[in-house]
Ligand binder design. Structure first.
Ligand SMILES: [Zn+2]
Ligand SMILES: [Zn+2]
Ligand SMILES: [Zn+2]
Ligand SMILES: [Zn+2]
Ligand SMILES: [Zn+2]
Ligand SMILES: [Zn+2]
Length: 340
């Protein structure tokens, strides 16, 4: 497959891209004719790729020692006053483009194309990295080529050496002479044989291998019987434990039941005691109330007696000092003033 030369773009000169639709011809560099990369202007009207204009100034000095704008305006360039044309740069970066690799359906801005898509496009052709291989393939076909490339180094599964895919079969012939372990090593055959005579060894040593297998089988059988016995003992122990724990559980259940009954009785008794205490207290209160009433009655009686006694004493005193006042008046007019 031919390498796509359209996608090869110099990072210094203008952009060689496929723009979708029309765009202003002013965005083409007047020096390299590609789309301006890093737009720089030397006069009011003409912008060029930065690299292009710098190189032009280096080589374009005329007989007067001046450099004239290559845009056709005949102005003398002041190389100290080259400026970035931000506006042109922005216009270039947002130009709608398509990928130039055949069959690639990608569409997007110019900046996205040159900075991202070109590096990742599955439709770009790349050369095979394997030394000696001249094949170029689409990036997306890497896996397929990697499976087929005759120049790929593979590891021999027998000796772990690295060999080219194209030499693999030749290598195996030599590699098969290498000595390896018998497949029955684990059960005791310690003979080393060349890889090419493995089958022959297995055929010739059939009876020996059978004997080893039988020995191994007998040993396994013995081991199995021992572990079966151990299992039976364990099973018995588990059963015993089950019986014992069931007994303990039923004993505990009984205990709980009797504790519950005792607690109920205690509760009833407590209620009874509380009621009794309440009754006793109310009786006491009644007695205290009666006593209080009685005490009050007595007090009133005593007070009445004292009042009567005081009246009597007053009457006696009055009669003694004023004998003219009738006894009756004096007795009834305890509050009246006595005339002298
Ligand atoms: Zn240019
Ligand atoms: Zn100009
Ligand atoms: Zn693409
Ligand atoms: Zn290859
Ligand atoms: Zn090998
Ligand atoms: Zn063997």
């Amino acid at each position: 497959m031919a390498r796509n030369t359209n996608s090869a773009v110099s990072s210094s000169l203008g952009y060689d891209v496929h723009v979708v639709g029309e765009y202003s011809p002013q965005l083409n560099c007047g020096i390299c004719t590609l789309i301006i990369n890093n737009a720089t202007h030397c006069c009011k009207n003409h912008a060029f790729c930065k690299v292009c204009i710098v190189k032009y100034i280096e080589c374009g000095i005329n007989t007067n020692g001046n450099v004239i704008c290559p845009g056709g305006c005949a102005k003398v360039i002041d190389s100290t006053k080259l400026e970035t044309n931000v506006f042109a740069d922005r216009m270039v970066n947002t130009l709608p483009t398509r990928c130039s690799n055949a069959e690639c359906p990608w569409r997007g801005d110019l900046l996205d194309l040159v900075q991202v898509h070109r590096m990742n496009c599955d439709y770009q052709t790349i050369p095979c990295n394997n030394e000696g291989c001249n094949v170029e393939y689409l990036k997306g076909e890497f896996i397929q080529h990697d499976k087929e490339c005759l120049f790929k180094l593979l590891q021999c599964e027998y000796c772990q050496d690295e060999v080219l895919r194209m030499d693999k079969n030749k290598h195996l012939v030599g590699c098969l002479n290498e000595h390896v372990d018998c497949v029955y090593l684990d059960i005791g055959c310690q003979i080393k044989i060349s890889r090419s005579s493995v089958i022959e060894h297995e055929y010739e040593h059939q009876s020996e291998h059978m004997r080893l297998l039988y020995q191994n089988f007998t040993h396994c059988k013995k081991e199995l019987s021992i572990s079966n016995n151990e299992n039976a003992t364990l099973k018995k122990k588990i059963e015993d434990l089950e019986i014992k724990s069931n007994e303990e559980i039923s004993y505990l259940k009984q205990e709980v039941k009797s504790i519950r009954t005792e607690f109920e009785e205690f509760k009833k008794e407590s209620v009874r005691s509380i009621e009794e205490i309440k009754t006793t207290e109310s009786e006491k209160e009644n007695v205290a109330l009666t006593t209080k009433v009685k005490t009050k009655d007595n007090k009133e009686e005593i007070e009445t007696s004292i009042t009567v006694a005081i009246k009597d004493i007053k009457t006696v005193v009055i009669l003694r000092h004023h004998p003219t006042i009738t006894r009756r008046k004096a007795m009834t007019g305890g509050q009246n003033k006595v005339s002298s």
